[in-house]
Design a binder for this molecule. Sequence first.
Ligand SMILES: *[C@@H]1O[C@H](CO)[C@@H](O)[C@H](O)[C@H]1NC(C)=O
Ligand SMILES: *[C@@H]1O[C@H](CO)[C@@H](O)[C@H](O)[C@H]1NC(C)=O
Ligand SMILES: *[C@@H]1O[C@H](CO)[C@@H](O)[C@H](O)[C@H]1NC(C)=O
Ligand SMILES: *[C@@H]1O[C@H](CO)[C@@H](O)[C@H](O)[C@H]1NC(C)=O
Ligand SMILES: *[C@@H]1O[C@H](CO)[C@@H](O)[C@H](O)[C@H]1NC(C)=O
Length: 397
Amino acid sequence: MEGWVGSLVTLFCILLSGMSGWAQDVPPFTEDCRSEMYPPTGPTFRGNVSWYTVNLDQAPQDRWQKLITEKKTELTDLIQAIKGLATAIFPSGKIVDLVDRKLPLLIGTLPSPFGEEIEGIADASGLPLGEVMLFNIFYEVFTVCTSVVAEDKSGKLFHARNLDFGLFLGWDVKNNSWMVTELLRPLVINVDFQKNGKTVFMSTSFTGYVGMLTGMKPGILTLTMNERFSLDGGYIGVLEWILGKHDGSWMSFLTRSVLENATSYDEAKTLLSKTKLLAPAYFILGGNKSEEACVITRSRSSCLDIWELDLKQGTWYVLETNYDRWKAPLPIDNRRGPAMKCMDRTTQQNISTATIYDMLSTKPVLNKLTAYTTLMSISDNKLEAYLRICPDPCMPW
Ligand SMILES: *[C@@H]1O[C@H](CO)[C@@H](O)[C@H](O)[C@H]1NC(C)=O
Ligand SMILES: *[C@@H]1O[C@H](CO)[C@@H](O)[C@H](O)[C@H]1NC(C)=O
Ligand SMILES: *[C@@H]1O[C@H](CO)[C@@H](O)[C@H](O)[C@H]1NC(C)=O
Ligand SMILES: *[C@@H]1O[C@H](CO)[C@@H](O)[C@H](O)[C@H]1NC(C)=O
Ligand SMILES: *[C@@H]1O[C@H](CO)[C@@H](O)[C@H](O)[C@H]1NC(C)=O
């Protein structure tokens, strides 16, 4: 047991240390705030995200079957690529072996409905259970993003995000892209989760993934989650879970539970700030009326900060990338500065789905890792998502 946990730790460390070596060679490909980018067209737009319906009245094992059957090839390609990268780092094949043999033993420790859904996905795709589990764990580890909730002059709330995924996962020198990000785009879907034929919540997600990173519960709330890198916490919780300590919640499982089962903004806020987690995170939450929006900064066990909209103080938006708001971002990864500059320049008078899309289309807020942009408007009951691409020259993250 200890051996393979050691290997996982080493894997994370190698991947994380890879970053510092490159940093010197990377110019900050920034640009002036974009405008008139919406409706999406042109070189930064890769296509619309299509919709699927998942019926929550079906057994968890069965509810993903149709989608997985349709997207089996794309899912297999991505998982093969991730395995290839792991094998390149540990040529003995030990990592792949432990994923295939050890991870499946832990399926029963996942709370319902997540364990059963992952089993159903493995069945429908024909992929080994351990690899589907690894795929579900990966999103908790390699996601960097930008999220914003803004209120316009009429009190309407807009919640939007760029999902940047695949950091450290296979830089392709030939065409300046991240292999995993490229393979991920075809798996992006919008899901309409229904009960009794009625929408419970909607989400932009990845085929084969059962947690949620982006979603809206009609009339009630909008929610996104961003990764929080922190030394006091890090992935120790994930390792502890693998070793048998199961008292913390997976971050994206909590997000999904809130979207599925919370009945108000306040209930969601309490759950997201109080539930014990396996790793630190940022939750960006919007409600359904004026001044209902906040960024919750979490350590594993406690809530460090809640940053709320406050119109009287001039706070008409809250914006989160992957840094605590009271700390400066890493100079080589400053997406927050450019994003806030564009928000401030737009002003509250002119904020809308279109101008938020403009901000999210500005490099380096848009970068080589950006897989999709989702725009949500609770008062219009609308969630729309677009596949993105960042043409050269563009920041790798
Ligand atoms: C408001 O946003 C629209 C759409 O992007 C843009 O065309 C217009 O110039 C903006 N107006 C101001 C005053 O910034
Ligand atoms: C995306 O959807 C919009 C609106 O439904 C449509 O007008 C447009 O043609 C679609 N674009 C592509 C590339 O499918
Ligand atoms: C980069 O190369 C990969 C694999 O060779 C391919 O799948 C991907 O579409 C390419 N990306 C671009 C932007 O050309
Ligand atoms: C939501 O609540 C129902 C009923 O209690 C439960 O069966 C289901 O597992 C919950 N969903 C999630 C994602 O936690
Ligand atoms: C806003 O959410 C509350 C529950 O938190 C609900 O009672 C109310 O009807 C919602 N308002 C609208 C306009 O949907």
